[in-house]
Design a protein. Sequence first.
Length: 193
Amino acid sequence: MSMTLDELKTILDQEGLKYFVDPKRPVVMLGARGLFGSFHCVIRLDNDGQFLQFRTVSYMYCPADHPNIAAVLRLLASLNYRLRMVKFGWDPSDGEIVVYADCWLVDSGITRQQFSRMMTSYLPTLDIFSDRIRKVIDTGDDPGDPGPDALMAALLGGQSLPPELRELLARLRSDDDSDSSADDDDDDDVSRP
């Protein structure tokens, strides 16, 4: 089974996405704004509609002669090892770093729910790791995964959580710690949920 460009456009319309259609190929282009930047992506159908790919356009560049290329390639390999569907690639001919997700449609088409799941995995992944990759390109040092505080600061426009919320979270964490030690002491109490 395969997918036509019209079927892809129908799903994109149902998802409420704005896109541009390539007049010569079964490819659509769309933009997305995330916490750490704006991105352009294409969604293309290859092999007579049997293969669907999400792919970034001009995501980042790190040429082969860049002083931090080894650190960048280590990071990309590490991300590819950890992540399931979304993958990072590097083109040695021009240094382009791409983010892509592939789906073979050979035996069946793709449902709107499957497409939506791909999109909601793909876009946040390319966004969340963009700042980290950029820092490795610039410095050669990997800052590691962004923690919850960095993600919340990005959500809040560069501000951290309000002090009251930080205090509440700290109390909840300390309550969890004391509950787990109480659980160890009282294993016979089965009335607790």
